[in-house]
Ligand binder design. Structure first.
Ligand code: SF4
Length: 458
């Protein structure tokens, strides 16, 4: 399918082919779904909203509810204020959410619709019922990526709900899990609970996008942080923010507005990043990890040691969202693997700074970069092949063209299952991901072994 990608790299300043990212509102919509009884609202045309909903549905295999301002030619010329007012009226009458989370699109950003002013007027006119909330984030898709949109909505949530508080609750922390799967959010929550702490996690899409089948339809699943809990975030002792790109903005905002200090960690993928996350919670609260957590850590280290000979020296191409692949690259290096190509489509120099630190000593010739695309990645692989691909579904064309084993990781995964149910974070998540990589490599070894080398025991 990609057999004709040329190996030779020529300069491309204004063209991206198969970019390693998608558009801002998708991340904003995902973040908004992490509030209980929240309806994400797309202020733009219907096409944007249906694309964003269907993209999330294809990844999570769950229905994704969202409404739209449904722009037509008139709104494009005269502005979308009447559409948003009418939308809010209909939404509260027909669907009765607690929160409506409005995000903008390319079109409404270009028009320059002033969402806070429109919403304020709607509130003054009684369109927004008492006790309900309309929040917003600005998500123009011609800059940033879905990760930027996620970050903007998380900051939006903080800006509407976090208030300064005189008394801090000493065993309560805010947890910003970053752009990760529902199963990852559930795992992070269970680790913090095990340490005996009260936590306010947002966004929290566990039990929203991985709901159990009950036989009964519910428009608003039981998961997500409640509005009343969000109002308490200013009382927290500390914030643990995971992921520079997805959580830093909101954590900084809460610190400045409500005096809640924060620790910025990496998303806890792999032993080192998980250790740092646990240490950050310990430092902020004085809590300790349980013996069960320490045992899980020991099992992960044991597994890394047992299978080290299958992973050592393996060259990997890794791509996806910056916060996730920073931790994953570090995890790979800790197992002796060589992430030789590490690319993200999300812009941001902080990514390259971190990659330099992680790869400089161990993989000095590694190619890494932000604002990149998979066309470039394929060219690099054509010049110097790798043993393993790790990234989102879009890499399957490269895997087929070059016949390279491929482990799905990140967002979106549209053609495999399990990603939203089994965590990659924490010590157990590390074991799960490690198995996926090792089994994929062993599968390939079996496939390629001649009869005389085909072993029963590996
Ligand atoms: S890139 Fe802009 S126009 Fe296209 S779907 Fe995203 S928000 Fe809509």
């Amino acid at each position: 399918m990609l057999d004709h990608t040329p190996a030779e790299v020529t300069s491309r300043k204004a063209l991206r082919v198969n970019p390693a990212k998608t558009c801002q509102p998708i991340g904003a919509m995902y973040a908004a779904l992490g509030i209980h009884r929240c309806l994400p609202h797309s202020h733009g045309s219907q096409g944007c909203c249906s694309y964003h909903r269907s993209h999330l549905t294809r990844h999570f295999k769950e229905p994704v509810m969202a409404s739209t301002s449904s722009f037509t030619e008139g709104a494009s010329v005269f502005g979308g204020s009447p559409n948003l007012r009418q939308s809010l009226k209909t939404i509260f009458q027909a669907y009765d959410p607690d929160v409506v989370a409005v995000h903008t699109t390319c079109l409404s950003e270009t028009i320059g619709d002033d969402i806070p002013t429109i919403v304020k007027k709607a509130e003054d006119d009684g369109i927004v019922p008492r006790g309900k909330k309309v929040i917003h984030a600005s998500t123009p898709s011609y800059v940033g990526s879905h990760v930027t949109g996620f970050s903007n909505m998380v900051k939006g949530i903080a800006s509407y709900f976090t208030h300064p508080a005189e008394h801090k609750i000493k065993d309560q922390i805010n947890v910003l899990p970053g752009y990760v799967e529902p199963a990852d959010m559930r795992k992070i929550k269970s680790m913090v609970s095990e340490m005996g702490l009260k936590q306010l996690v947002f966004p929290d899409t566990s039990d929203v996008l991985d709901t159990p089948k009950t036989g009964e339809y519910s428009m608003y699943p039981k998961g997500g942080i409640k509005m009343q809990e969000l109002e308490q975030t200013g009382n927290s002792l500390h914030t643990i923010a995971m992921g520079h790109f997805s959580s830093l903005e909101a954590a900084t905002y809460m610190d400045q507005k409500a005096g809640v200090p924060f620790t910025l960690c990496d998303i806890p993928i792999g032993v080192q990043a998980t250790d740092r996350f646990v240490q950050a919670v310990m430092d902020a609260t004085g809590a300790s990890p349980t013996q069960a957590m320490l045992d899980d850590r020991g099992r992960l280290v044991d597994m890394m040691t047992d299978y080290q000979h299958y992973l050592y020296g393996k060259k990997v191409a890794l791509w996806g969202d910056p916060d996730q692949i920073i931790s994953m690259a570090e995890f790979m290096v800790s197992m002796g693997m060589q992430p030789v190509y590490v690319l993200t489509g999300t812009p941001g120099k902080a990514f390259e700074k971190r990659m330099k630190k992680i790869l400089n000593d161990t993989v000095p010739n590694a190619v890494f970069g932000h604002s990149q695309d998979l066309f470039y990645l394929h060219q690099l692989i054509k010049q110097e092949p790798v043993d393993l691909l790790v990234g989102n579904t879009y890499g399957k064309y490269i895997a087929r063209a070059e016949d390279i084993p491929f482990v799905r990781f990140g967002f979106p995964i549209l053609d495999r299952t399990g990603h939203s149910y089994f965590p990659s974070v924490g010590y157990k998540g590390g074991m799960h991901f490690l198995s996926a990589m090792i089994n994929t490599l062993l599968e390939r070894m079996d496939r390629d072994s001649p009869d005389e080398c085909f072993e029963l025991v590996l």
